[in-house]
Design a protein around this ligand. Structure first.
Ligand code: BV8
Length: 234
């Protein structure tokens, strides 16, 4: 493989599955029996703010009961040791990548441990329950909401992601079903700019055919092996 310098790594719910955080679309999916339209859209928030706030309060509270797994730790080790550019783009809203020590990281779909003010747009670290009509510490409006990118809302830092994909020598997708855009399209963008592409997932995803290489299995086993392989050749 030609000398690699710039890596972009996309992660999804599958990278947190072995930490005990249920995925979205697997058996017993994450949505706690809710239809996605009822908890992860702006319309749902307007229609039933208590339901949506409670859904995210439960998931935020659950973060205290889970730990990063071997895949998170391996990616943090790669982040610390990799001499070239590296960006972990996670679709996940949990904080397991950062708790494992990753720093070159962005959450494109928002974060459970953050609140967003719908009035002034400020994002505020938030670890406890967030009831509807909570006062924004910045503007004083009762407009704090979960800092989550709902369906129909623009994911965060898309320009930074697109610039990283354009410069990538290798694009790796870990633990995602390839069901949600624009994340599901990143592999095509990376290929367009000439990056090599690798998928690691428990089973073939919706986008497997776009990847030059696919490794099937649990992230907790595949990712540490891949990181050691990469660092050995760095
Ligand atoms: C936007 C919030 C535009 C946080 C989420 C038709 C065609 C194309 C696109 C669309 C369309 N109709 C609508 C759209 C757009 C829509 C979309 O893609 N819809 C889909 C359903 C068709 N996208 C959007 O709305 C996005 N915004 O497009 O904005 C725009 C333009 C201009 C101006 C304004 C707006 C916003 C999308 C973000 C939505 N928010 N989550 C939260 O509540 O968590 S999405 C949600 O799905 C999560 O973020 C999650 O991360 C994401 C993707 O799911 P996965 O992570 O892949 O999880 P999943 O369970 O699906 O899969 C897990 C995988 O892991 C499986 O494959 C499994 O096999 C594997 N696995 C399991 N265990 C393991 C494992 N792998 C390894 N090891 C294991 N142990």
């Amino acid at each position: 493989m030609a000398r690699l310098r710039n890596l972009v790594i996309l992660t999804g719910a599958g990278v947190s599955a072995e930490s005990g955080i249920a995925t979205f679309r697997g058996p017993g999916g994450l949505w706690e029996g809710h239809r996605v339209e009822d908890v992860c859209t702006p319309e749902a928030l307007a229609r039933d703010p208590a339901l949506v706030h409670r859904f995210y309060d439960l998931r935020r509270a659950a973060l205290d009961t889970v730990e990063p797994n071997a895949a998170h730790h391996a990616l943090a080790r790669l982040d610390a040791a990799w001499p070239g550019d590296l960006l972990i783009v996670t679709q996940n809203v949990d904080d397991l990548h950062e708790r494992a020590g990753a720093s070159r990281l962005l959450h494109m779909h928002g974060e459970l441990r953050s609140a967003l003010c719908a009035a002034c747009g400020i994002r505020e670290g938030w670890a406890e329950a967030l009831p509807p009509e909570t006062e924004c510490p910045n503007c004083g409006m009762l407009a704090l909401r979960p800092d989550i990118v709902f369906f129909g809302e623009m994911p965060y830092q898309m320009e930074r992601i697109e610039a990283a994909l354009a410069a990538a020598d290798l694009f790796v997708s870990i633990g995602t079903s390839g069901a949600v855009y624009p994340a599901a399209g990143f592999v095509q963008t990376a290929r367009h700019y000439g990056a090599a592409t690798l998928e690691m997932n428990l089973e073939p995803s919706g986008g497997s055919h776009w990847f030059e290489e696919s490794r099937m299995g649990p992230a907790g086993a595949l990712v540490p092996a891949w990181v050691e392989e990469l660092l050995a050749g760095a």
